[in-house]
Design a protein around this ligand. Structure first.
Ligand SMILES: Nc1ncnc2c1ncn2[C@@H]1O[C@H](COP(=O)(O)OP(=O)(O)O)[C@@H](O)[C@H]1O
Ligand SMILES: [Mg+2]
Length: 318
């Protein structure tokens, strides 16, 4: 059910879902406020909606007809809110239930990437039970390693471990966010993010963190990371980054605007880290910066994503 025109959407009551219950709540509030402002500037009737446990009531009370999802992390980016909106038959922006769930889970999305020949960092998956049997000497790669939860974002729970004695605490931190963790080879390389909009590559940006890695702090503190757009890669490699980004987005079935994180080791070697199905939409965020570099300003980007809002699970009588 694509919208016939912007005018058709201008008559609708749009709810910007923000906040939520994940570790990225504060970031979501920033994304949500920026989205709300852009929509209002463009003449849409948009309202903030707190995505707490009373979300269904808020949607009914405010008579929301279209949901713009400004959430990040679990219970927002992971397919759950998308499922709720499908049941309530409220069209929403971005990816559907399955694509969202796949993107949020780094263990499963990696399997999809590997089965389709996309390069990922060498890694193992550990459950809490397997943790007790873990010995770093059995790892198929050596220290330093990266320990991270299977399902989180914004570098929450991610630790770079260079000494044996830090492994246990790093695992503890990652297991705090769920029953599965990834232990992977530390890739000494450059950090690249590819923006994808409506299945087409927008561009690739390089992030140069000024501290150890692109941590939560570096992501959201102005000045702790430099961004270079377009990423200064040799031209064949730049194309390869875009190609990998679109493939990763497509393999998971994503829609709307996404950001694919990868590491790059010259020449021509990439490692796909993850697809962010609801990337940050704050002033410091990468997808808006990539879009801007391509002449799409923030309100344009927000509007483009809004125009893609729809239900993804058809009913027999729809
Ligand atoms: N295998 C790795 N080698 C080197 N750095 C890594 C690796 N995995 C993650 N990182 C660093 O940690 C950051 C967050 O990791 P990522 O897998 O993208 O999780 P998140 O969902 O938290 O963003 C990356 O942007 C990068 O700076
Ligand atoms: Mg990331």
């Amino acid at each position: 059910m694509p919208w016939k025109s912007k005018e058709e959407l201008k008559g609708k009551c749009i709810g910007v879902l923000m906040g939520g219950m994940s570790a990225e709540k504060e970031i979501s509030l920033m994304s949500g406020r920026a989205i709300l402002k852009a929509l209002r500037e463009r003449g849409y009737e948009a309202w903030p909606i707190e995505a707490d446990e009373h979300l269904p009531q808020h949607l009914v009370e405010k008579k929301i007809e279209v949901a713009y999802i400004g959430l990040h992390g679990r219970l927002g980016e992971d397919g759950t809110v998308q499922g709720l909106l499908e049941v309530m038959r409220i069209p929403y922006t971005g990816s559907g239930v399955l694509a969202s769930a796949l993107s949020m889970n780094k263990v499963v999305s990696r399997k999809v990437f590997m089965q389709n020949g996309l390069p990922v960092p060498p890694h193992i998956v550990l459950t809490r039970r397997e943790r007790n049997m873990f010995a770093s000497k059995n790892l198929p790669f050596s220290l330093p390693i990266v320990v991270k939860p299977a399902q989180e974002g914004s570098s929450v729970g991610v630790t770079i471990v260079s000494g044996e004695e830090q492994i246990s605490a790093a695992m503890e931190r990652a297991f705090a966010y769920g029953p599965e963790i990834l232990v992977e080879e530390y890739i000494k390389g450059r950090e690249i993010a590819v923006g994808v909009l409506d299945d087409l590559p927008l561009g690739a940006i390089e992030i140069v963190p000024k501290i150890q890695f692109y941590s939560y702090q570096a992501k959201y503190t102005e000045g702790l990371a430099d961004h270079i757009f377009p990423a200064p890669l040799p031209s064949g490699d730049y194309e390869q980054a875009l190609d990998l980004g679109v493939k990763a987005h497509g393999l998971l079935g994503c829609e709307g605007g996404t950001r694919v994180d990868m590491l790059y080791r010259e020449p021509g070697r990439f490692f796909v880290l993850e697809v962010n199905s609801l990337p940050g939409m704050t002033d410091l965020s990468l997808l808006p910066e990539i879009a801007k570099g391509q002449g799409i300003d923030f309100p344009d980007l927000v509007e483009r994503i809004l125009l893609g809002a729809r239900l993804k699970i058809p009913l027999a009588d729809d």
